[in-house]
Structure formats: structure tokens, C-alpha cells
Design a protein around this ligand. Structure first.
Ligand SMILES: [Mg+2]
Ligand SMILES: [Zn+2]
Length: 280
């Protein structure tokens, strides 16, 4: 764990598709390279994750290069407040993670393109890389052919239970206050693992929001919705600010601890902020 995380004792865990980027990256690549129809024909016959690997094989055979895929990934839509939100949370001392059912190659390509990969301590996702023949390979996070995850939540796909990953994070990094952001059905399982001291940020009117709304008592964490990147930034930074303030109060020594001035850097208006000078 990096020093950043030690500083604030807050871990912010982001889903990727429709949370950091404003689309599903698999669909974005398929749509923009003309493979959506084939994908939809085959989807009833096999699970999503191995089908994506097969689609990468088919693309490779039809002459689509790794660079073609990279160029499409670079155009993935992202709200213009997402990057400032990530940078501000990092500057505030949060340990940032990604927990995604996309794949490492797509995610790292997009984060690299925007120059924000190094803000994340770790990316928890499906393996994805370019092999020696220039073909993109995508594999399951849990190898469900030999060792399936034992989560029975029907919303968790066979290749990845985000709840299993979240449990490990909570076991190893449980001193942190967790903030989890997501939109999809697969984000329900990790949200169920959060504790009362943690925060769950479901995207309003997306599947996770619906599942939580149908039985909010299942979630121990405090729930704060958001609808777009600007909203994500405001809600996330105000939660981080609140957690930092309460940690400072618990420690008592307001003056000696650096109250991070992240709120001023990106000009985020927040009504109830306490104005403290940046550390000398
Ligand atoms: Mg998502
Ligand atoms: Zn699960």
C-alpha cells in the first residue's frame, strides 16, 4: 500500500464502465469496429468474458490490429469532471483502486491515454494483454473452468465476483474507510460487503441503484447517489472531506495535521466546507 493511502486512510474503489468512462468499453470496441452483430449472435451460446476473447481472435483474423483497438479505446467517452475528481481524491491522500469486469488492457490503455494510470494503486479486473502475435487476449478474473468463485449472488457473472475481491480488500486494508462507486448489477455484491463506516455511491437510475432501492436495508454502508461526472465529483469530494474532518476531530490535533487543500484546486463549490489554510 502506498503512502497516499496511509495518509488519509480512505480507500476509494471505482467501477470502470459507466462509472469512470461513460459507456461499456467492450460494447464501445465492438460497435466501433463493426462486430456488434456477431457478438450478439454468439452471446446466447457462451458467457460474456470468453466471448470477448473469441471476438478478439475473430478481429485479429479479419485484420483488425492492436493499434486499431487502441485508437478506438482512446475515443471512449468520459465526463470532463472525472479526471479532476480522481486527481482531487488522490491529492487528498486517498488510496484509489479500480474494480472492474472489463479487462486490464482496455482499462490501462484508456487510463494511460488520459495520463491518470499512476493515480491508482491497483486495478482489480480480468486479465487482458496483447500476445506475441499481436492478438488481444482476455481471460476471466476467477478461472471458473477449474476453480469457480463460490458466490451465489445471481448478479455476479461466473468470471468475476466483485464481492470476493472487496472482501479481500476489507480484510487486508480494513483500517481504511471505503467509498465504493458503481452502476451495474455486478456492483451489488461488493456493496453488500461494505460496513457501516463505509460509503456506497450508486449511479442514479442505473441497475445498481434499482437493486439497492428494492431493498436498501441490505446495505450497511451509507448510500449517496450521483448521476453524472460533475455529480460524482461533488459527492465524492464532499464525502472525502467529511471523513477527513471526522478523522482529524478524533485525533484532536487540528493544527499539526495537514488539512489537504484539494477542494480549492479544482474549484469545486461546496457550501459547508471549513476553510483551513494549507499546511506550511
Ligand atoms: Mg459499470
Ligand atoms: Zn458475488
Amino acid at each position: 500500500m502506498g503512502s497516499q493511502g496511509t495518509m488519509a486512510n480512505i480507500m476509494v474503489v471505482f467501477d470502470f464502465d459507466k462509472t469512470i468512462v461513460d459507456c461499456d468499453t467492450d460494447n464501445w470496441v465492438l460497435d466501433n469496429l463493426g462486430f456488434t452483430e456477431l457478438f450478439e449472435q454468439l452471446l446466447p451460446t457462451m458467457p460474456w468474458n470468453p466471448l470477448m476473447d473469441l471476438m478478439m481472435k475473430t478481429m485479429h483474423e479479419k485484420g483488425v490490429t492492436k493499434n486499431d483497438i487502441v485508437e478506438v479505446l482512446k475515443t471512449t467517452p468520459m465526463h470532463d469532471r472525472i479526471i479532476p475528481a480522481i486527481k482531487s481524491a488522490y491529492d487528498a491522500g486517498c488510496d484509489l483502486r479500480i474494480l472492474s469486469d472489463a479487462n486490464r488492457f482496455f482499462i490501462e490503455t484508456i487510463l494511460d491515454h488520459h495520463g491518470i494510470k499512476d493515480y491508482f494503486t491497483e486495478i482489480h479486473t480480468n486479465p487482458g494483454y496483447v500476445d506475441e502475435n499481436g492478438r488481444v487476449r482476455i481471460f476471466p478474473h476467477h478461472d471458473f473452468t477449474t476453480k469457480p468463485h463460490d458466490c451465489e449472488n445471481i448478479l455476479c457473472p461466473p468470471n468475476m465476483c466483485k464481492g470476493v475481491v472487496m472482501e479481500k480488500l476489507l480484510t487486508n486494508e480494513g483500517d481504511n474507510t471505503f467509498i465504493y462507486l458503481g452502476d451495474g448489477n455486478g456492483d451489488h455484491c461488493p456493496s453488500l460487503k461494505l460496513r457501516e463506516i463505509d460509503y456506497c455511491m450508486p449511479r442514479k437510475n442505473y441497475p445498481l441503484w434499482g437493486v439497492i432501492s428494492s431493498n436498501p436495508k441490505l446495505i450497511n454502508a451509507k448510500i449517496h447517489g450521483w448521476s453524472d461526472g460533475g455529480d460524482l465529483e461533488r459527492v465524492l469530494l464532499s464525502l472525502v472531506d467529511g471523513v477527513l474532518s471526522s478523522k482529524l476531530e478524533n485525533k484532536g490535533g487540528h493544527q499539526s495535521l495537514a488539512k489537504v487543500d484539494f477542494k480549492f484546486k479544482n474549484n469545486v463549490p461546496r457550501p459547508s466546507q471549513k476553510v483551513l489554510p494549507p499546511a506550511a
